[in-house]
Design a protein around this ligand. Structure first.
Ligand code: PFF
Length: 437
């Protein structure tokens, strides 16, 4: 679960969202949503998954959901495939940056030219697509070949390394001249910047970061044992995910101000800033910069892979469980779809930059569609299902893990209240305010 949650959403997306929506105030709302909305949604998904023991649609049907729930489940099932399409493009950027680090490209570039390096890379019509193909291909091979055990072991090794590296970058970043403005930006809330759009984006980022509303948590939960404490997993995943996001924000933003990149630079923010930091960190001793960059991009890639695997897994589970397809065929279908859509997303930074959907490029439009609309829809459906459709004793049994987590009893009422009222009402209010204001 933590492998699915911690990924590019924390290291790549969180810092640029913070930059786009005004810093500290956004972060405060984000933290609030994490515990008041995302934890209850996480629980809802895991309760459905573990009780239903199937994919999204199958689980809801088994638990008494009729036609309407099936239709909603089908819509939700399409979301991880769409998400994977553009996620894989950013995964590809990470592959490219790993190669660039190995080739010592950042060492040989003047620090102030590093941000422009990114622009020329993503606007190309070939290189980013090759990288997207490599990334997506790796995901498909892992899902297909069942080397997930290996990945799991590898993740346990790389996550602590990533953690240590981010802390090191953070310490270095705030020591750079000019970084104090970035620290202030992260700590001094300016509530005037908290527009309905920013609030909706904070909720969307929270869902994205914890892999919610797309059935990934539901499908993973269908594989876990009865003795596992769901409340513990939800809070544990939320806290570790939040920690990684905050650390990444505090590592990147001060350096953004120090190197003169605009905080609202968008999806390229981290890729424009990180090599600059690495470059400065090893000033005078170039192999140090290269080593830090290589280890960093390897760990990021592993984090991105484990997240992408969960997206593909959620879609493949549906095609296998519901449509009776062979695992290989299902994987091939998901790969083909995400590959083609991913190519369009990648080209929207160059050749197709003129194509706009509701005023956004293809990449931005898909990202907004997923995080602001589709994930909220999924989250709403899951919380309503657990809060209003499932039998209360069943929910209770899952929350108390079949009696194995007696400590959960005192949380039962507040958690049920959050699932039944707070989460769905908040999602609808935020959704409508954003839509009409
Ligand atoms: N939570 C992942 C991240 O932060 O990178 C992204 C993600 C994974 C979203 C799985 C959705 C999903 F189903």
């Amino acid at each position: 679960m933590a492998g699915s949650a911690i990924g590019l959403g924390n290291i790549w997306r969180f810092p640029y969202m913070v930059g786009q929506y005004g810093g500290a105030a956004f972060i405060l709302v984000y933290i609030l949503f994490c515990f008041l909305i995302s934890v209850p949604i996480f629980l809802s998904e895991s309760i459905i998954g573990r009780r239903g023991k199937l994919d999204i649609v199958g689980s809801m049907q088994r638990l008494g959901g009729g036609k309407m729930w099936t239709a909603a489940g089908l819509v939700i099932t399409a979301v991880p495939i769409i998400t994977l399409s553009y996620y894989s493009v950013v995964g590809g950027w990470s592959v490219e940056y790993l190669f660039k680090s190995v080739a010592l490209e950042f060492n040989n570039t003047a620090p102030d030219e590093i941000p422009t390096l990114f622009g020329s890379f993503i606007s190309s019509s070939t290189q980013p697509i090759i990288m997207h193909t490599i990334f997506l291909g790796a995901v498909a091979l892992i899902v297909l070949g069942g080397v997930k055990k290996g990945i799991e072991r590898f993740t346990k090794l790389t996550m602590p390394v990533l953690f240590v590296l981010i802390v090191a970058i953070l310490v270095y970043s705030i020591s750079l001249p000019g970084s104090s403005k970035g620290v202030e930006y992260l700590l001094k809330p300016d509530f005037s910047r908290l527009t309905p759009g920013a609030v909706a984006a904070a909720l969307g980022q929270s869902f994205f970061s914890m892999s919610l509303g797309v059935g990934a948590v539901l499908v993973y939960s269908s594989y876990i044992r009865k003795e596992e404490n769901l409340l513990g997993s939800a809070v544990g995943t939320a806290v570790s995910d939040l920690l990684f996001a905050l650390l990444a924000g505090f590592a990147i933003m001060p350096a953004v101000f120090a190197c003169g990149v605009e905080p609202d630079a968008g999806p390229g923010l981290v890729f424009q800033t990180l090599p600059y930091i690495f470059n400065r960190m090893g000033e005078g001793i170039p192999w140090i910069s290269a080593l830090i960059a290589i280890v960093f991009f390897i760990t990021i890639l592993v984090a991105a892979l484990t997240s992408a695997i969960s997206m593909m897994e959620a879609s493949v589970a549906f095609l296998v469980d519901e449509k009776g397809l062979r695992r290989s065929v299902a994987t091939a279908i998901v790969f083909a779809f995400s590959w083609v859509v991913g190519i369009l997303c990648s080209l929207s930074f160059g050749a197709l930059s003129g194509v706009h959907i509701f005023g956004s490029t293809i990449f931005d439009a898909l990202d907004k569609l997923v995080s602001n609309y589709l994930m909220s829809f999924g989250a709403l459906v899951f919380s309503l299902f657990v809060g209003w459709k499932m039998k209360k004793p069943d929910v209770r049994d899952e929350l108390l893990s079949g009696g194995a987590a007696p400590g959960n009893a005192r949380w039962e009422r507040p958690v049920y209240f959050l699932i039944r009222y707070v989460a769905p009402v908040a999602i609808v209010v935020i959704f409508l305010t954003n839509l009409f204001l």
